[in-house]
Design a protein around this ligand. Structure first.
Ligand code: CO8
Length: 371
């Protein structure tokens, strides 16, 4: 009988780490500079003074303690407040390809496969590094993989939707083994001068090998997939090739990542809890039979609230729903599979749920069972 497995996963993250103390000190120095430079306009009421951020707020509101980033020095530099990167061009590998290749090699080792075994590469991410050629094809070329490769964007659900595509291609007979790569280099899209989002994101990448009838000891069988989207402007980025032609003016900060975090929290938590509960019912799986919830790492409070709604109690072992967000921040779409990679020591027959949710809105939940 044909089974389709997550045969192996691998992660990559940059060495630079920023603590909450460091991000808050930098932000508060930026605020002090801004308020001093604009003191007359602030006094006349033309500009609203910026307020300080706080470590206590960040830990309580999000659970984040540190984040790994591609360029700590320039993010913390109050005169810059963003990473310093080079333009993407043909003289070097894309930043997403570099991250993706590191994670992919680990995933292939864990899955006991070589590039010769792979039929396709699907790259899912929240932000394209460029429009074309696809970074997935660049990775395919660097690793020496035959077959096809493409990039796809589904905001925070890009990783799980990409795994879903891989499953469908394998189930239809188009491929037998697919490498899914999910680089999330998010800090270039963060306005580090904005109090309600300056602390949220980190950079990282996860890769997964999806394979028909895998024999690797790390294999998880995919039992069920469920997807939904529902339009919302609460998480939005308008950064695009159209921007250079626009006749109205917007700054880069207007165009990059913006969110109404409170609304996202209120709307998405009940939606995801119901989505997963309904999926379990449909599959005749009792919630007590779920040993692990690998959820999108947007906010630790959000994860705990969703799990408590599903299991009907807020008294549960923290190991039930891993929280790599504490060390890595929000890794956009890579978060749920990153959690899976770091904490998946299940026994044969035990089940878990991988679920992403966020921009779009988009939700994808995958029930898996340890082989
Ligand atoms: N320090 C101190 N106080 C602050 C700060 C701060 N840094 N920020 C806000 N406050 C204050 C506010 O001013 C407010 O004060 P008051 O009550 O006086 O008005 C108070 O704190 C409470 O503010 P909020 O209601 O906004 O705070 P919350 O408790 O809601 O927490 C969060 C804010 C952490 C943003 C929370 O709302 C959250 O996590 N929401 C969910 C967000 C979410 O899931 N977003 C999806 C993320 S998108 C994604 O995962 C992928 C997208 C693509 C990648 C993008 C890459 C860049």
């Amino acid at each position: 009988m044909q089974e389709i497995h997550i045969a192996g996963t691998g992660v990559w993250y940059p060495e630079d780490v920023i603590t909450n103390d460091e991000i808050v000190s930098s932000y508060n120095a930026y605020v002090d500079n801004f308020n001093e430079s604009n003191k007359d306009s602030i006094a006349s009421g033309d500009i609203i003074a910026l307020e300080h951020s706080s470590v206590e707020f960040i830990e309580k509101a999000s659970g984040i303690k540190t984040r790994h980033v591609v360029d700590k020095k320039n993010i913390l530099d109050v005169e810059r407040m963003m990473p310093s990167l080079k333009h993407e061009d043909e003289s070097r590998l894309s930043i997403q390809a570099v991250a993706g290749i590191h994670a992919a090699k680990k995933a292939m080792t864990q899955a006991n496969v070589t590039p010769d075994d792979i039929d396709a590469v699907i790259l899912g991410t929240s932000h394209n590094a460029r429009y074309y050629p696809a970074v997935a094809i660049e990775i395919q070329n660097e690793l020496g993989i035959d077959g096809y490769a493409y990039d796809m964007l589904v905001g925070c659900s890009s990783t799980t939707f990409a795994i879903n595509n891989a499953y469908s291609d394998i189930a239809s007979g188009l491929a037998e083994t697919i490498l899914v790569v999910n680089p999330e280099i998010s800090t270039p899209a963060v306005n580090f001068g904005k109090r309600d989002i300056h602390f949220i994101f980190g950079d990282g990448c996860v890769a997964s090998v999806i394979k028909k009838n895998s024999s690797s000891e790390k294999s998880f069988k995919i039992l069920d997939r469920k997807l939904m989207t529902q339009f919302s402007n609460n998480i939005r980025s308008d950064w695009s090739y159209l921007a250079r032609t626009a006749s109205d003016y917007k700054t880069a900060e207007d165009l990059i990542f913006n969110q109404n975090g409170g609304s996202v929290f209120k709307e998405v938590c009940p939606l995801v809890a119901k989505f997963i509960s309904t999926q379990l019912e449909k599959n005749n799986i009792k919630v007590e039979d779920i040993s692990k919830f690998w959820l999108h790492q947007a906010n630790a409070r959000m994860i705990n609230l969703i799990v408590s709604k599903i299991i009907g109690s807020d008294d549960f072992d923290t190991n039930l729903a891993p929280l790599p967000i504490e060390s890595f921040g929000n890794l956009a779409s890579a978060g749920s599979m990153f959690a899976f990679n770091l904490n998946n020591d299940l026994k044969s027959g035990e089940k878990g749920i991988i679920c992403s949710f966020g921009a779009g809105y988009s939700v994808c939940s995958i029930i898996v069972e340890k082989v």
